[in-house]
Design a binder for this molecule. Structure first.
Ligand code: SF4
Ligand code: SF4
Length: 418
């Protein structure tokens, strides 16, 4: 992940974990040099053993580098590409700086944009404000309109936090029906409450989502999605889960057993273990001094990745959804287990209820895939089940087993209704 402008951003989102990284580089210009861009491009491409390569641009706000920087980046990618290699670019933006020239460039070079949008106006503006504290919703929507006009591919990245967590369907339906996006990511905000901005301490801010809220949010969206949107809206965590239920490894680092393949490079070539660990004790080296491939393969980084598995508490090792959860991201492991072992994920309650809730439908979709049928057929399966269930409720006698599956008699479950 490349951060050509470091932590510099035109917005001041209240929960941003990266703005404070500016303090790591006092007096810096926060601009990646041409020499560093070239060295990175050459080394990154040379290190690949696969025919498709993705450059991931992040911030702060990467578009603050200006368009000429990205024109040059693409030129260098073409210069160093191996024969037959396809190069992709993914850029995460708040979309407020976009204009026709940016969009023409993105379209011409097949950039995939990730746009940060937290929901309809009130939910978005709760924390996503500019440097003067002013709301940003209208500016983001204007950027999205431009992307649509120019047919630039984009997905929506939504952080789930204290303000929007109670409104899952307002957010989801807004993205689906009004923004018209097909691809959505829901990222939980777990923001440490400390003065350093580092991953330390066990307190979180009031802006953070709770584990229960996050689980409830995902369940509400899933229940709507699985009944009407499978195959036409793609929610990252649902896709990742279906992959795992189908026997594939998780396609998202937070749910893999080990991690450590997602390094972050600052504007000056400093490399860190992960975007969430841009702090001195996780600095691995500098691209100007050590080749990229050596830094990626360094014992320190490999250990970082293995620690995700090796520090997992027993409570997680014995958990029924460990096969998909794997304890979540180490940055969020700030709780103690019921028996007092440290290292339990702050979002555990949400992960557990969500992954348990989706088990049956995921099994059904995995089976459909296995039979070479589209997972979207689950919508027919569920519709039929619901019709049958409704019929069973209508015909059940007071002393019959309740069709809801509780194991009780109907009159004990719904006594007053019959
Ligand atoms: S620390 Fe978390 S975000 Fe970073 S690579 Fe590991 S699992 Fe992914
Ligand atoms: S759901 Fe909780 S206990 Fe289970 S693996 Fe995830 S974090 Fe651990």
């Amino acid at each position: 992940m490349l951060k050509p402008r470091g932590a510099i951003c035109n917005l001041d989102c209240r929960y941003c974990f990266f703005l404070s990284k500016e303090r790591l580089y006092p007096n810096s210009t926060f601009r990646m040099s041409d020499a560093l861009l070239e060295a990175y491009t050459r080394q990154y491409i040379a290190a690949q053993r696969v025919p498709e390569v993705t450059f991931a641009w992040q911030g702060g706000e990467p578009t603050l580098m200006g368009l000429d920087f990205f024109r040059r980046a693409v030129e260098l990618q073409k210069q160093y590409a191996k024969p037959g290699m396809t190069i992709h670019n993914a850029l995460q933006t708040n979309a407020t700086t976009l204009d026709d020239a940016w969009c023409e460039f993105f379209r011409a070079n097949n950039f995939l944009l990730g746009v940060s949008l937290d929901g309809p106006r009130d939910l978005h503006d709760a924390y996503r404000v500019d440097k003067g504290g002013a709301p940003t919703f209208d500016r983001v929507m204007r950027g999205i309109e431009l992307l649509k006009q120019h047919r630039v591919e984009f997905n929506i990245l939504t952080t789930v936090h204290a303000a929007n967590a109670p409104h899952p369907l307002d957010a989801y339906r807004f993205f689906r029906d009004e923004v018209g996006t097909q691809f959505i990511q829901f990222i939980p905000i777990v923001e440490r409450d400390n003065a350093t901005g580092f991953q330390e301490g066990d307190q979180v801010t009031a802006r953070s989502v709770t584990g229960k809220q996050y689980g409830d949010f995902l369940i509400a969206v899933f229940d709507e999605w699985v009944r009407r949107d499978v195959g036409r809206v793609f929610v990252q965590i649902f896709d990742v889960a279906l992959g795992v239920w189908s026997g594939e490894p998780a396609a998202l680092c937070i749910f893999t057993e080990t991690c450590g393949d997602a390094l972050a490079m600052e504007h000056n070539g400093d490399l860190f273990a992960c975007d969430h660990f841009v702090e001195p004790r996780f600095k691995l080296g500098n691209l100007g001094e050590t080749p990229l491939i050596e830094i990626v393969a360094s014992p320190q980084q490999r250990q970082f990745g293995r620690d995700k598995r090796d520090t997992l508490p027993w409570y997680c090792r014995e958990c029924s959804v460990r096969f998909i959860c794997n304890g979540g991201c180490p940055k969020d492991r700030i709780l103690k287990t019921p028996d007092g072992e440290p290292g339990l994920n702050y979002l555990c309650a949400g992960f557990k209820t969500f992954f348990t809730h989706i088990d049956q439908p995921m099994q059904t979709m995995a089976r459909l895939l296995d039979e070479q049928r589209p997972p979207a057929d689950i919508m027919l399966v569920l519709a039929r089940q619901e019709v049958e269930l409704e019929r069973a409720f209508k015909t059940a006698g007071r002393n019959d087993p309740c069709p809801c599956g509780s194991g009780k008699k109907f009159k004990q479950c719904h006594g007053s209704k019959k």
